[in-house]
Design a protein around this ligand. Structure first.
Ligand code: IMP
Length: 190
C-alpha cells in the first residue's frame, strides 16, 4: 500500500483509479521547502515523510507556468491563488501577445530503499523517484463551474478545464499524465 500525502481527496481518487486502489490518503504536515523546482519540493516532502513513517510514500506537487510571465506563478501557484486570485493572473497575461501556459505536475515516490530501476531518481538518503506530467494550453478569461484552482482560466482544445467533466480533464491533465507515468513504472509486480 502506498500512502499519498495530500489533503485533496480528488487527487487520491485519480491515483487509486490508475493504480488499482493500492493507494490510501495520508494526512501529514511536512515542512514544504522553497524552490523554483517542483521536483525538488516534492522529493523533499516524500523523503521527509518516508523517514518519519517508514512506509512507501507518494507526494504530488503541481503548478501553472505562464510563458509570457517567465513561468509565473509556477511553484508559487497555491500562494498566488490565495493572494492575487486566478482572475488577476488572467489579467496579468491579457496584455501579452503570447497567452500560452502549461500545467505541470510531479509525483515523488519514496519507499526507504534503493530505487535504481526508476527512470529518474533524486539521490539522497533515502533516494526518491520522480515522475512528471505536463499539459499545454492557453490563459483565457474565466469560464466554467467545474474543477478547482486555475481550471476556469486554463483552456485546452477550445474548452477550459472547468468546462470539462472530471474524467475528461483527468485524461488530459498534467496530474493524470504524471500518475500514468508512475503507474507504468510501479507496475503490477510490486
Ligand atoms: P498543489 O500542488 O495541490 O499545492 O497545487 C498548487 C497550485 O496549483 C494550487 O493553487 C492549485 O489550485 C493549482 N493546481 C494544481 N493542479 C491544478 C489543476 O488541475 N487545476 C487547477 N489548478 C491546479
Amino acid at each position: 500500500m502506498i500512502r499519498f500525502v495530500t489533503g485533496n481527496e480528488g487527487k487520491v481518487r485519480e491515483a487509486r483509479a490508475a493504480l488499482d486502489a493500492r493507494v490510501e490518503q495520508f494526512e501529514y504536515n511536512y515542512p514544504e521547502i522553497q524552490s523554483d523546482e517542483l521536483a525538488t519540493i516534492a522529493a523533499h516532502g516524500a523523503r521527509e515523510a518516508s523517514r518519519e513513517v517508514g512506509e512507501p510514500i507518494m507526494v504530488e506537487d503541481s503548478g501553472l507556468f505562464v510563458d509570457a510571465l517567465d513561468g509565473f506563478p509556477g511553484p508559487y501557484s497555491a500562494y498566488v491563488e490565495g493572494t492575487l486570485g486566478i482572475e488577476r493572473v488572467w489579467r496579468l497575461t491579457e496584455p501579452e501577445t503570447d497567452d500560452t501556459a502549461a500545467f505541470r505536475s510531479v509525483i515523488a515516490y519514496c519507499e526507504g530503499s534503493d530505487l535504481a530501476d526508476a527512470p529518474t531518481v533524486r539521490d539522497g538518503d533515502p533516494p526518491v523517484a520522480v515522475f512528471e506530467g505536463r499539459v499545454e494550453g492557453r490563459i483565457v478569461a474565466p469560464r466554467g463551474d467545474g474543477g478547482f484552482g486555475y481550471d476556469p482560466i486554463f483552456e485546452y482544445d477550445d474548452r477550459t478545464f472547468a468546462e470539462m467533466e472530471p474524467e475528461e480533464k483527468n485524461e488530459y491533465s498534467h496530474r493524470g499524465r504524471a500518475i500514468d507515468a508512475f503507474a507504468a513504472w510501479y507496475g503490477a509486480d510490486r
